[in-house]
Design a protein around this ligand. Structure first.
Ligand SMILES: NC(=O)c1ccc[n+]([C@@H]2O[C@H](COP(=O)([O-])OP(=O)(O)OC[C@H]3O[C@@H](n4cnc5c(N)ncnc54)[C@H](O)[C@@H]3O)[C@@H](O)[C@H]2O)c1
Length: 442
């Protein structure tokens, strides 16, 4: 059992902290958002993440997991201090490291030689060389004689299946220039069966940016292929299956759709582009990854305009607000961008999401969007339905009911999640990405 503190109790900090507690460590989660901490102390979970709530409840009850705003106490009581604060993008695409710097300064002021050895672990996604800056801060602002090392331990969890990803990861990446710190990390991860990739500090930081950019590249690649499929009358799903069965390629992340969003890919691609340029080794390939992603929504909207002509005053229903299924996270959600664009063109939009109604409403503040409590009332009076997020329940919808409620028989699937046969059997026209339009069966 190790004594761990996690600074930053968001999507990453909360799920990571909970899973560390689940494997037997004693974890103190710290946040400077009083509302969040009080809610957690009262058993309210601030995010929607499958399986998380029951793990939090059981680990709090077992005395292994607690929540506080008191960073001083957390640092005093913990051998290892994880940093899991935001690293949002700045205007120029670089990463805002002020949260990391601020926490590093606070920790530096709090650790003393009497506390003994402390390991500071960066879990936030950061540009290469951030860890060495954190170490400089610790050396500069701590009292002399403190014994401290810095580790990079990037997180690869996927929102929506974060608990499973954390408990059963593909691999665990830890990087440090200190053998002693790596030994501590081995002990923390000893209960996990995943292989551990041990690197120097800089390489671990680079692995995270390079991995996310590669996944974004796969998405943009298949979306480019989808455009060719549309022009050639081919089917991108069949193409993805055919190329994805090659072990060197793999089917994952070859899903054509409206493009990537979320709190990670857009900012991590930008961050990698920026740091590579700063280092004099531009990742020019990633500019095109971004361009393709931008064009994807524009191409989709053009297809709707071709059918509907002017979107102003058209009543449009959108299913999906979250940036992906199984989460309430709407940060950089393509569906939210789509809705905003429809509203800007004067469309009258209603929307539904199984989990992201509250976060979606906040993201759409200032936009007149009717967010409904169920998927069918969203369709009342609408001329067409757009799928913006790949929730499974959309694929399982009753399309006869959808057909009765829609004014025009039009479904635009921006995530290729529906079964065209079911949609067309209900008398609806089915438009998707990179595939031929399917006409109603009756
Ligand atoms: N969300 C993901 O899927 C994911 C996956 C892998 C990596 N990451 C990376 O992990 C980091 C955190 O992401 P997130 O999605 O958990 O962010 P988040 O915004 O959900 O959570 C960050 C938390 O940090 C808290 N915080 C900010 N400053 C603080 C301070 N000085 N002291 C204490 N708490 C503070 C905030 O109140 C918030 O609760 C980012 O670098 C992100 O890129 C995210």
């Amino acid at each position: 059992m190790m004594k761990l503190a996690i600074i930053g109790t968001g999507y990453v900090g909360l799920t990571t902290g909970t899973c560390f507690a689940e494997v037997g460590h004693r974890v103190i989660c710290v946040d400077n958002n009083a509302q969040k901490v009080v809610a957690l102390q009262q058993g309210e979970i601030p995010i929607f993440e499958p399986e998380l709530e029951q793990l939090i409840v059981s680990n709090v009850a077992a005395g292994r997991l607690s929540f506080t705003m008191d960073i001083a106490e957390a640092v005093r009581l913990s051998d290892v201090i994880f940093i899991a604060v935001p690293t949002p993008p700045l205007e120029d695409g670089s990463v805002d490291l002020s949260y990391i710097e601020s926490v590093s300064c606070t920790v530096a002021e709090l650790i003393t030689p009497e506390m003994g050895y402390r390991v500071i672990v960066d879990k936030s996604t950061v540009p290469v060389s951030t860890g060495s800056k954190v170490l400089q801060v610790l050396q500069r602002y701590s009292s002399s004689g403190v014994d401290v090392d810095v580790v990079s331990n990037p997180e690869f969890l996927r929102e929506g299946c974060a608990v499973d990803d954390l408990l059963n990861p593909d691999r665990i990446v830890v990087g440090s220039d200190s053998a002693r710190a790596l030994d501590v990390m081995r002990r923390i991860y000893q209960p996990f069966s995943a292989p551990m990739v041990e690197t120097d500090l800089a390489s671990a930081e680079l692995i995270k940016h390079a991995a996310n950019s590669f996944l974004a590249m796969k998405i943009s690649y298949i979306n480019s292929v989808a455009a060719v499929c549309e022009a050639a009358g081919a089917d991108v799903e069949q193409v993805a299956l055919g190329i994805g069965m090659d072990k060197r390629i793999q089917r994952h992340f070859l899903n054509a759709g409206l493009g990537y969003g979320g709190s990670c890919f857009p900012k991590d691609v930008k961050g990698f582009i920026h740091v590579a340029e700063q280092l004099g080794s531009p990742m020019t390939i990633l500019h095109e990854v971004e361009n393709v992603n931008e064009r994807q929504l524009a191409r989709f909207l053009n297809r709707i305009r071709e059918k509907m002509w002017i979107l102003g005053h058209k009543r449009i229903a959108v299913w999906g607000l979250a940036f992906k299924q199984n989460t309430d996270d709407v940060r950089e959600s393509v569906s939210i961008k789509l809705i905003k664009q429809l509203c800007d063109e004067g469309a009258i939009v209603s929307a539904y999401d199984p989990a992201a109604r509250i976060t979606g409403a906040a993201a759409l503040e200032g936009y007149d969007v009717n967010i409904t409590e169920d998927m069918y009332s969203c369709l009342k009076g609408a001329e067409l339905l757009i799928i913006g997020t790949e929730w499974k329940e959309f694929a399982q919808a009753n399309f006869s009911r959808v057909s009765e409620l829609l004014h025009l028989p039009l479904v635009y699937d921006g995530r290729n999640i529906l079964h065209g046969e079911n949609v067309t059997a209900a008398g609806l026209e089915y438009h998707s990405i990179g595939r031929k339009t399917m006409m109603p069966k009756s």
